[in-house]
Design a protein around this ligand. Structure first.
Ligand code: NAD
Length: 354
């Protein structure tokens, strides 16, 4: 197959980790007889410095011509003034909005080889394999908001309509069908009207997926159960804010931020794929960043935008095998002196791919 992939390396460690994920995709293309073309474009702080705009029009145009986008991370101390009119993360929000990326998928796996880095007991981590599906373009982060009373009052509005809940629920049910057949929907239906609508719509959609077992859990209880019984969860669907908080909470089960990929999808096959971590300015330029989250994001890209399931699994298996063999970057190394550089770690993944 032929595919065009736009890369947005961004800031900090972004360029290092994106370059490694591109190497992995190139090798997969070679092994399976595909032709992937890569075009790099600017986004984030580097784009602000070069053009004054965190998401220049040329970058949007490049993404529009692509099958999928692989993003590194944006931001850094030089652009972090909260009162600045132009900020790197505005580029991210604009990108999500422009492409209507309403479904944010975050798989969280606990790797036995890394159990010592997670704050939970190893026996609780056995078999943890959760897929978060977070609604990304509505909810309280996008509802009407206002500051009033000369800085003494403010409000934000949690808004959902039937169509918004239904489309993200369908993504979650379809994912559950392909996985363990269980979907947990998170809400706060006992208090919030928007969340009563959420629960009603998810329950209605469930009738189209009789092979999926649906359960509803209130967000406060879910925060506790995810830590107490993490291996009981399969697919979890949540609104924008609850999904944001719970998926971050759950990310600690993987042992390092450097392990976790994500996909942000629209109604078609287009998606933006990125690690969940930020630009890690504290280690930028040192060549020691963990490339796994970005390499696994490339696997998600192959799976969801290019429908190359075998190739995606090949990458995931190669990462697993690399960890099982004992290769480590410094963030997941018991002995930092024995840790591999970003590039040397990826070399091991490439060797496993073969
Ligand atoms: P961060 O995720 O960048 O870093 C948190 C800690 O995790 C740091 O100690 C860092 O070194 C470490 N870390 C992160 N990724 C790693 C990797 N791949 N390998 C090894 N260690 C890794 O979060 P932060 O420090 O809060 O934010 C730094 C900048 O990134 C800020 O400007 C923030 O706004 C931005 N940010 C961007 C995104 C994004 O682009 N999607 C997401 C979160 C934060």
């Amino acid at each position: 197959m032929q595919a065009k992939i736009v890369t947005l390396p961004g800031d900090g460690i972004g360029p290092d980790i994106v370059a490694e994920a591109v190497r992995v995709m190139q090798q997969v293309a070679q092994q399976y007889g595909h032709t992937f073309t890569f075009e790099e474009a600017m986004m984030g702080g580097c784009a602000i410095d070069a053009t004054g705009n965190p998401l220049p029009d040329e970058t949007i145009a490049a993404c529009e011509s692509a099958d999928a986008v692989l993003l590194g991370a944006v931001g850094g101390p030089q652009w972090s003034d909260p009162t600045a009119a132009v900020r790197p993360e505005q580029g991210l929000l604009k990108l999500r909005h422009h492409f209507d990326l309403f479904a944010n998928l975050r798989p969280v796996k606990a790797y036995p080889a890394l159990a010592q880095y997670a704050p939970l007991r190893a026996e609780l981590l056995a078999d943890v394999d959760i897929l978060f599906v977070r609604e990304l373009t509505s909810g309280i982060y996008f509802g009407p908001r206002q500051e009033q009373g000369n800085g003494t009052e403010a409000h934000d509005t949690m808004y959902y309509n039937v169509e918004q809940v239904e489309r993200v629920a369908r993504v979650a049910f379809e994912a559950a069908q392909k996985r363990g057949g269980k979907l947990t929907s998170i809400d706060k239906a006992n208090v919030l009207a928007s969340m009563r609508l959420w629960r009603r719509v998810v329950t209605d959609v469930a009738t189209d997926y009789p092979d999926v077992t649906l359960e509803h859990i209130l967000v406060d209880a879910a925060a506790m159960y995810l830590m107490k019984y993490p291996s009981d969860f399969d697919v979890v669907v949540a609104g924008n804010m609850f999904g944001d908080i719970l998926s971050d909470e759950t990310s600690i089960l993987a042992g390092s931020l450097g392990m976790l990929p994500s996909a942000s999808l629209n109604a078609g096959t287009f998606g933006v794929y990125e690690p969940i971590h930020g630009s890690a300015p504290d280690i930028a330029g040192k060549g020691i960043a963990n490339p796994i989250a970005t390499i696994l994001s490339a696997a998600l890209l192959l799976r969801h935008s290019l429908h190359l399931e075998t190739e995606a699994q090949t990458i995931e298996n190669a990462v697993n095998a690399t960890l099982e063999q004992g290769a480590r970057t410094v963030d997941i190394a018991a002995d930092p002196a024995a840790a591999l550089s970003t590039t040397a770690f990826t070399d091991q993944v490439l060797a496993q791919l073969k």
